[in-house]
Design a protein around this ligand. Structure first.
Ligand code: C2E
Ligand code: CA
Ligand code: CA
Length: 742
């Protein structure tokens, strides 16, 4: 082929050189992928280079005729009209059409993109194009790349649009920033020069976030690293929004350091998140509340409100667990059943608040006395239980019990009073596979019973032989309570006589239990148990009331009994309401006396007892010291009770006929009484010998089988009328035998 310039120069250069030039030119064209075409419109000759053919899938040998109509058919239908027009324009020498692109069908059937460059190089004499020369380049690959790029950026654009993400690009070195429209919209700003956008952005930053945000950016730039953060802005319209930003560092094609980044408004998300968080926090707090409410309900259900110790229910649970463990591991389980002594008195005399304080104190002592592995519970009233499963030897448990008893025996100060109580402890142990928790608990209970009846303030280990006895007394305890309800406790009366004249001076009431199965029972059958049950005071009160009723009955039958003595337990004397109760009975002064046991010593009398003694005096109720001579109370302390009478214990009387020493002792008691103006009564006067001796010794009053046995109310009048106790005229005497009691 010939270029226009080459054609002009041919005259001056050699054929060889020409040849060389042409081949150089051809190689360059082939190397650059340009397919050359040359249309000589005058001769109608058309030339197409090899590359031109190859790009269209034609073979090099093939003759390309350059038939316009056939060629135009190969153009993509969408491009055809344009190509027709473009060729026309190109032929006309329109600079805009020197180059155009279109699609043409490859021999294989697919479309190839062709960039056509061409120009008119020769014109005829009329100025019409005579020769057109140009190159076709296969730009399919470039077109596809462009299409891919367009596709990607279309997608990106769509994505940014949908997600409302604004993008900026900053030139770090010259300080310019380009914002896209979306970014401007997010910040509520209008476009301005790239040189001022940085400042505009800085101004929009929330003052409280500014420092942190800039520090992050500086660090990112300094390290050429990507970074992200969240911050608040004040929009152009004054609204505060939360922005999340991600920025990436890159170096552009010009070697300039750049930062590209995306911002999006997360205000709603943040608000939603914080609302969710608040809701979550709220739910968690509510949960926590419920949890702790549940816990405290559980705690309340398992603990004693007063002392904070585990309660009966907790004990049952713990006992179940511990006994199972003992069975499995062949360990020993010890149960200590602790009962406070004298607690009820404190409660009765000083009030419930004092009682509560004592219980709290006791709980504290127990907690401090036990070992960390032991379990303490309050199971009601003044009763506590300790479970031990670790290091359970008789010695250790015994020491533990003693420690508890010792600590609980120490007096406690309460509102100016020295409160004293003590503790009795029953202990039972068991081990091995057959261990039965309920049985141990029962055994400990039985041992406690023994500890209490054995004198209190002591501990007692369970012993099998004791069991039946105790179980019996427990049964009796229940029966006593039932008996009280059914009014089965009644007074019997034992007359007392003037030692000189043998006239009846009074009666002593003695409690009897009219048992529906066993008949009439004397106090030895029920008194100890009644005391343990705390019902002796009730019995005492009952007996007194009945005695007053009986006395009125006798009076109506014409028999006046000058004085009735009733036995009074220490419990009753502790009762803060005793004065009130007695007052309501309207007792005629001088007709009733209270027999107090010598063991009630004024030395450790509390306030309530002293108050009660004052009440008694005011109500004209006399005091007699019962069982005098058996206790160890000092006479002086007894005298402080200002008794009307001393009752010499029948043990001292019994020996009188055979023992001069005993007689001496009794005489000295009588002498003391006389000198202090206190009457002396002898109990257990069993024979007429006694009667005589006591008369000789100057005793004032006699009481005993020799003269009269205790009798029911109905027999008192007949007995008094009979005078049966008086010695018979013939000097013989007969012991009167009213219906015997007991
Ligand atoms: P106590 O107060 O010393 O009562 C006298 C006891 O001696 C009575 O026994 C009586 O039956 C008995 N006795 C009377 N004469 C003779 C005798 O010549 N020889 C012998 N060996 N005994 C005689 P009882 O009725 O069995 O009462 C025993 C104790 O029970 C009483 O001793 C008293 O301490 C107590 N007791 C009785 N009734 C009551 C009561 O209502 N309340 C209280 N708190 N205690 C009571
Ligand atoms: Ca008595
Ligand atoms: Ca007595």
């Amino acid at each position: 082929m010939k270029t226009p310039e080459a054609a002009q120069d041919t005259s001056n250069i050699s054929v060889a050189e020409l040849h060389e030039r042409e081949s150089r030119w051809n190689y360059a064209l082939v190397g650059s992928g340009l397919g050359v075409w040359d249309h000589d419109l005058r001769s109608g000759k058309k030339y197409y280079s090899d590359t031109w053919k190859i790009m269209r899938g034609m073979s090099v040998e093939e003759d390309a005729d350059g038939d316009y109509d056939a060629w135009i058919e190969l153009i993509h239908p969408d491009d055809r009209a344009f190509v027709v027009e473009a060729i026309e324009r190109q032929n006309a020498g329109d600079g805009d059409y020197q180059k155009f692109e279109y699609r043409e069908r490859h021999r294989d059937g697919h479309w190839i993109w062709i960039e056509c460059r061409g120009a008119c190089v020769e014109w005829d004499e009329n100025g019409a194009p005579a020769r057109l020369v140009g190159t076709d380049t296969d730009i399919t690959a470039r077109k596809e790349a462009e299409e891919r790029l367009a596709h990607v950026s279309r997608r990106l654009d769509l994505a940014l649009d949908i997600s409302d993400i604004g993008v900026f690009e900053a030139d770090i070195d010259n300080g310019t920033v380009d914002w896209d429209d979306r970014l401007l919209a997010i910040y509520g700003l209008t476009a301005a020069s790239p040189f001022t956008m940085g400042d505009a952005w800085m101004a929009a930053l929330h003052p409280d976030d500014k420092e942190r945000v800039i520090a992050t950016i500086d660090a990112g730039i300094a390290g050429n690293t990507d970074f992200q953060q969240q911050f608040r802005i004040i929009r152009g319209d004054g609204a505060e929004r939360v922005i999340r930003a991600k920025s990436g560092f890159f170096i552009d094609s010009h070697g300039r350091r750049k930062l590209i980044g995306a911002n999006w408004d997360v205000t709603d998300e943040v608000r939603l998140n914080s609302e969710l968080q608040r809701a979550k926090d709220l739910a968690e707090a509510r949960n926590q509340e419920l949890e702790s409410a549940k816990e405290s309900i559980e705690h309340i259900a398992l603990h004693d409100y007063l002392t904070g110790l585990p309660n009966r229910r907790y004990l049952d649970r713990e006992l179940g667990e511990r006994s199972a463990r003992c069975r499995d591991d062949n360990l020993t389980l010890a149960i200590l059943h602790i009962d406070l002594d004298r607690f009820k008195q404190i409660n009765d005399t000083l009030g419930h608040r004092a009682g509560d304080a004592m219980l709290k104190h006791a709980a504290g002592v127990l907690k401090e006395s036990v070992r960390p592995t032991d379990f303490v519970a309050r199971i009601g009233g003044d009763e506590f239980v300790v479970l031990c499963t670790v290091d359970v030897t008789a010695k250790k448990i015994s020491n533990l019990s003693d420690r508890i008893i010792r600590e609980l025996a120490k007096p406690i100060r309460y509102e100016g009073h020295d409160c004293r109580f003590g503790a009795s402890i029953g202990i039972a142990t068991a081990s091995g596979a057959a261990l039965d928790a309920k049985q141990i608990l029962l055994n400990a209970d039985i041992a406690l019973y023994r500890a209490k009846s054995g004198g209190r303030n002591r501990h007692e280990f369970f012993q099998t032989d004791a069991r039946h006895r105790i179980i019996a007394s427990k049964r009796i305890g229940d029966e006593i309570l039932r008996g009280l309800e059914r009014q089965e406790f009644v007074p019997f009366y034992q007359p007392q006589f003037n030692a000189r004249t043998l006239e009846i001076t009074g009666l002593e009431t003695l409690a009897r239990w009219q048992h529906k199965e066993h008949g009439i029972l004397t106090p030895d059958r029920f008194l100890t148990i009644a005391e343990d049950l705390g019902v002796v005071a009730t019995i005492d009160g009952l007996i007194l009331e009945r005695a007053l009723v009986d006395r009125r009955q006798w009076e109506s039958e014409g028999i006046i009994i000058p004085k009735i003595a009733v036995n009074v337990s220490s419990r009753r004397l502790d009762d803060p309401n005793l004065g009130k109760k007695l007052k309501s009975l309207k007792i005629v002064p001088g007709t009733i006396s209270f027999e107090l046991l010598e063991s009630i010593s004024l030395d450790d009398c509390d306030e309530a007892v002293i108050t009660n003694l004052r009440h008694l005096r005011r109500l004209g109720i006399d005091i007699e010291i019962d069982d005098f001579g058996t206790g160890h109370a000092s006479i002086v302390s007894l005298l402080r009770l200002s008794p009307k009478t001393l009752k010499i214990d029948r043990e001292l009387i019994r020996m009188l006929p055979n023992s001069a020493e005993q007689r001496k002792l009794v005489r000295s008691i009588i002498d003391i009484g006389r000198s202090l103006n206190i009457l002396v009564t002898a109990e257990g006067v069993e024979t007429m010998d006694h009667v005589r001796i006591l008369g000789d010794l100057g005793c004032d009053v006699l009481q005993g089988y020799a003269l009269a046995r205790p009798m029911p109310a109905a027999q008192v009048v007949p007995f008094v009328r009979s005078g049966a106790w008086r010695p018979a005229a013939n000097g013989q005497h007969q012991t009167p035998r009213p219906q015997q009691a007991g």
